[in-house]
Design a protein around this ligand. Sequence first.
Ligand SMILES: Nc1ncnc2c1ncn2[C@@H]1O[C@H](COP(=O)(O)OP(=O)(O)OP(=O)(O)O)[C@@H](O)[C@H]1O
Ligand SMILES: [Mg+2]
Length: 287
Amino acid sequence: MSVNSLVGMQESEFNPVATTTLGRDLVAMPQTASQPIVSIKDLNVYYGNFHAVGNVTFDVPKNQITALIGPSGCGKSTVLRCINRMNDLVPTARIEGQIEYHGVDINAQSVDPVEVRRRIGMVFQKPNPFPKSIAENITWGARINGFKGNTGELVEKCLRQAALWDEVKDKLNESGLALSGGQQQRLCIARALAINPDVILMDEPCSALDPISTLRIEDLMRELARHYTIVIVTHNMQQAARASDQTCFFSLGENRMGVLVEAAPTKQLFTNPSDSRTEDYITGRFG
Ligand SMILES: Nc1ncnc2c1ncn2[C@@H]1O[C@H](COP(=O)(O)OP(=O)(O)OP(=O)(O)O)[C@@H](O)[C@H]1O
Ligand SMILES: [Mg+2]
């Protein structure tokens, strides 16, 4: 089965009842290849009185891998979680500014955060399969999100896309927790794909993995970027340099507020950064 035939589950396979305001707004949006899929404008994030992230602005280009790098505590995970409204789940969190997805303000009152999270999926640092079978890890979320198609096909499609099918096809009914760490992370990627997103957010997805599993995930990301848009937080600068198209370097400003120092094509940022703070970080003088 070619990758092309694996991707792009039809919206019609999902229950139309699950289509919310965000879905209707999107139908009306004219799409062009050059339009950023996510556009972040003057984002400020507060946890209670703490101003965690200040005035962050950057675009996420479609079908590219954008890496967020920078020292611990500079707000990478915070920014990532804002992109699919996961930060809504933190009671003290408050944001100012705008995040547009296909030109739609995801924080607008009319937008359903559940629909945002269906379209903008997430893979976490620590592989966290459900305590269910490998197959159910794929089908459970898809069903909840209104999937009405053939679940056997869905399982195969997603596991192939996540480069895991050959390793698990004979044990689909065994627990997802019985897999190795690298396999569990690919299962989590397969699970994210099963709800038919077009953006996938990954927060340090390889930090718990060995170098071989890490390279497998990087290869997988490159393959997935042909059809999806990926934003990845990584502490591994070689990984950002190897695997991403665009890199955003964050640093700590006054009062430990996270700021975006520069966003640039990855090659440019690593060979010819425009800000001395970036140069200090990538050459290991800071952080
Ligand atoms: N739920 C929260 N409540 C209060 N403060 C928080 C919360 N989450 C993050 N912060 C604070 O916001 C700042 C940014 O945190 P964040 O986790 O986004 O950083 P990060 O760049 O991802 O760091 P790391 O590289 O260590 O994962 C930090 O000062 C952190 O302590
Ligand atoms: Mg983090």
